[in-house]
Design a protein around this ligand. Structure first.
Ligand code: ARG
Ligand code: ZN
Length: 853
């Protein structure tokens, strides 16, 4: 089917809809190949709206009949919607359409996942369900009647009736269509209750396939903790009588915050000790919180248009990060978040897909559910909070909820509540939303001794490199948190936040007894790249003495990167001081085991590639791979005694618990094992694999064995044990690709695509193998080009079936300009081959053309 010429949508073109919607009634007569959707919608003209024809979105709908105020009409239907003459005043629109959930493989709109009906409407999926103004600024109360013989029939809001073969749901809260949801299937529930602060009794359910009941308890507990946290920290209560969560096996993303009916990728909610790792538990806790928090930041207050996506996503990510910090450890969470920001967002912001936190144009909005909108969007809120202080932050949030409840808002509305609360002018701060690219902050320093103590001066200089469509950049408001240490390791100036607003600015600290050692950008107070000359000695000093846990970790990170960069460049490297510092840190029992585990983790291959590229070099993925391997072997050889002790001491007694303490111990133990495996031939890993009673330890051991190429037996045993558990089998597929030795990765991935269990239409399975290959940088960039070709072949195959996941996976190529001419040539060939595919989706077309531009 030929695609419509791709149309670019601009923020500047925003205009309100011609009509408002007073009420929506929907009836679904479910049948796999021919579902009937009957709509009855009351419209009224929007006061002062620009004149224009009455247009309703609609795609892939078979219109059976339409009526206005009861009289049949014949609208003009195109591939994107319909227009129809309408009365001047209020009127009732009725339509009946037929759709085919069974053949909907794009997983957008109403579709089927293994005989269960479910929906995904964000961003623009509702238009595949019925004709409607499918835009977030049109909000209305919905009633939904579902007719089906399936036992469980769910929609948004509260249940308001049911009988033999039908159920009715009423959602009193006006909502945009993207928050609509429907689920029908043979499901069972894990039920619980929650009483809100004001005494509302809420029924809670997690709905799953029979057989998955034992994987719900943790998600339920996380939900109740999220509900309580939002009351305590933001004063936000739940507002319906029921809250339902459904686990779905075929889902493009993590989860979706539909009002009162959250739909989750089963990987983002189902958990049990035997089948889920500690990292899975933590991720699930965070996603449950995220979707729940959307009830206020997203649902009660939504976005005026999709350019404002960060209004709900940046804020909700920020809130889920706060929550995880409160539940676990703020220091550890901050480091994990920065690792993720640098690994995904910096990579995006420094390549062809760079875009502002609030983009100004798009072709396909699904392509903008990005690390920039989500994670950098959250960083921007963190900076705002740091600048105005905690009290003003929560006051501004109260004002936001008060002023904008029930509205569809913009970033301007958001910033205005901060301006009104604090009296600050945020016009320069607002550039964070408009300007793409990762700012560089260069630091130079000066020391002048004096009779009444010396003066230490920090000279800061900021630049942001050009990004697509934005050649020139303006200075940003950058909060730089700084503390100063004396040479003996005492903190002489505690953390203060410098407001760095000019291109170049100096900050003075007076009355110091001796030249201090600065700890700059504490807590990673801004999403920037700090450029500062620092010696290995100074890094080791900060690693030992910094009171800021983030910068303590960062010092070790910096040392590791120095060692790796110098090794790769064939220069003498400060390996000895790094290993000494690492040893001291790993042995320091005053430090949280989870923190020590993070310190023992070396920079990722992709992180090193970006670091080398940033310093003007062309990274060689194989060199990075070998340098990392070599450094790991050195550490293993020199710290073997300590690591062996840690491995024994960190064993966690008693039944498995996924809390911060136990998972921290397991992660330190795993860090030790990953080094020890390099010197013990896999003896410990084999024993651990055989005896593990939880997935964290089983998978941890399996990774170590894969790492030394000794996993054949373990892989076979693992499969035998878990072949009936799809989520665990995703791990089996993914791990062997992402940990394959570079020159065998493509072959391994290709073999797995021929496996009887490679269900490539399932996004989780596709991502495990094809995404797993992209996550193995040395394997993906193997000089033969085999991985590039394999990934491209599969993108071409998936695109007609599921454009959204295809487009997302094309980001595997977003870093291509970092690499040498040979690799760039091969990647270009493959991208051009993808772009030339007849009928390529709008989603993938947009991505590939931006990557190639
Ligand atoms: N709003 C969802 C979340 O952040 C993400 C849904 C995105 N889905 C999509 N098809 N673009 O939790
Ligand atoms: Zn979200």
């Amino acid at each position: 089917m030929p695609q419509d010429a791709a149309q670019t949508i601009y923020l500047a073109d925003y205009a309100p809809f011609t009509h408002t919607v007073e009420q929506v009634h929907l009836t679904f007569r479910l049948a796999p190949g021919a579902t009937r959707v009957l709509s009855r919608i009351s419209f009224a003209p929007t006061p002062n709206a620009p004149a224009g024809p009455f247009f309703l979105h609609g795609e892939q709908l078979n219109l059976i009949s339409a009526r206005i105020d009861g009289a049949p009409v014949t609208p003009e239907v195109t591939a994107t919607g319909l227009t129809c003459p309408v009365p001047d005043g209020p009127f009732t629109w009725e339509a009946e359409v037929e759709i085919s959930p069974e053949t909907n493989t794009a997983l957008e709109g109403l579709y089927m996942s293994r005989s269960m009906y479910c929906t995904q409407c964000e961003a623009e999926g509702f238009r595949k369900i019925t004709f409607y103004p499918d835009r977030p600024d049109v909000m209305a109360p919905f009633t939904v009647r579902i007719e089906s013989d399936l036992p469980v029939l769910l929609s948004n809001g509260n249940p308001t009736g049911n009988g033999d073969g039908w159920a009715e749901w009423t959602d009193p809260w006006p909502k945009p269509a993207y928050l609509f949801a429907l689920v029908a299937g043979e499901l069972v529930n894990h039920a619980d209750r929650f009483t809100t602060a004001s005494g509302r009794d809420v029924e809670l359910n997690i709905w799953v396939r029979p057989g998955d009941e034992h994987k719900c308890a943790f998600g339920m507990d996380a939900l109740k903790r999220s509900m309580q946290w939002d009351e305590e920290v933001y004063g936000r209560e739940y507002d319906l009588d029921v809250f339902n969560i459904v686990a779905v096996d075929d889902f493009n993303m993590g989860a979706m915050e539909n009002k009162g009916l959250n739909i989750f990728n089963s990987s983002a909610v189902l958990a049990s000790p035997e089948t889920s790792t500690d990292a899975n538990f933590e991720r699930i806790e965070g996603i449950i919180a995220h979707e729940y928090f959307h009830n206020w930041t997203g649902n009660r207050i939504t976005c005026r248009d999709w350019f404002q996506l960060c209004l709900k996503e940046g804020l909700t990510v920020f809130r889920d990060q706060q929550f995880t910090g409160d539940m676990r450890s703020h220091a550890v969470k901050r480091i994990e978040d920065v690792l993720m920001l640098r690994g995904r967002q910096f990579r995006e912001d420094n390549g062809p897909l760079a875009h502002p936190v609030r983009p100004e144009s798009f072709v396909e909005i699904n392509n903008f559910y990005t690390a920039t909108v989500y994670e950098k969007g959250a960083e921007v809120i963190g900076m705002l909070k740091r600048l105005v202080g905690d009290d003003a932050y929560y006051q501004a949030l109260d004002l936001y909820f008060d002023r904008h409840d029930g509205q569809a808002c913009t970033i301007e509305d958001w910033l205005k509540v901060f301006e009104d609360t604090t009296g600050r002018d945020l016009s320069q701060f607002k550039r964070w939303y408009a300007q793409a690219g990762t700012p560089r902050v260069r630091v130079d320093e000066a020391w002048s001794p004096g009779p009444k103590g010396g003066t230490y001066t920090l000279h800061l200089r900021q630049t942001t490199p050009p990004t697509p469509g934005q050649p020139d950049k303006e200075p940003l408001v950058i909060p730089v948190a700084v503390g100063l240490l004396s040479p003996n390791g005492d903190e002489v100036v505690p953390t203060q936040v410098l407001e760095f607003t000019e291109v170049s600015q100096a900050f003075k600290f007076e009355g110091l007894a001796s030249r201090p050692v600065p700890s700059i950008l504490r807590g990673f107070s801004a999403p920037v790249i700090l450029e500062r000359q620092s010696s290995a000695d100074e890094r080791a000093f900060l690693l030992a003495h910094d009171t800021d846990p983030f910068n303590k970790w960062e010092a070790g990170r910096g040392l590791a990167k120095d060692v790796l960069s110098r090794t790769i460049a064939g220069k003498p490297a400060p390996t000895a001081s790094f290993v000494d510092a690492l040893h001291a840190m790993a042995a320091d029992t005053r430090l949280d085991p989870a923190f020590r585990a993070l310190a023992l983790r070396l920079p990722a291959q992709d992180d090193m590639a970006q670091t080398l590229f940033d310093s003007g070099l062309t990274p060689d993925p194989l060199q990075i791979y070998s340098a990392l391997r070599h450094l790991r072997e050195t550490i293993a050889a020199q710290m073997g005694g300590l690591l062996a002790d840690l491995y024994d001491e960190m064993a966690v007694p008693g039944p498995y618990r996924p809390d911060a303490e136990d998972s921290g111990r397991r992660s330190l133990r795993q860090a030790a094992l990953s080094y020890l495996t390099l010197i013990d031939g896999g003896a410990r890993a084999r024993t651990q694999f055989a005896g593990a009673d939880n997935m964290t330890e089983q998978l941890g051991a399996l990774s170590c064995l894969l790492d030394i190429g000794a996993a054949d037996t373990a892989l076979a045993d693992f499969r035998t044990q878990w072949q009936n558990d799809r989520l665990v089998m995703d791990k089996w597929f993914g791990l062997q690709v992402s940990l394959a030795p570079p020159d065998t990765a493509a072959v391994r991935a290709n073999a797995l695509t021929e496996d009887r269990d490679f269900d490539w239409k399932n996004p989780n399975r596709f991502r495990a193998v094809i995404g797993g290959l992209a996550m193995n940088p040395a394997g993906f960039h193997d000089p033969s080009g085999a991985s590039y070709a394999l990934v491209t072949d599969w993108l071409i195959r998936l695109d007609p079936v599921n454009p959204q996941t295809t487009a997302r996976m094309s980001t595997a190529f977003e870093t291509w300009k970092r690499y040498d001419a040979d690799r760039q040539g091969m990647i270009r060939e493959n991208l051009e081959r993808l772009a030339a595919t007849p009928g390529l989706s709008r989603d993938t077309t947009e991505m590939v053309s931006r990557i190639l531009a």
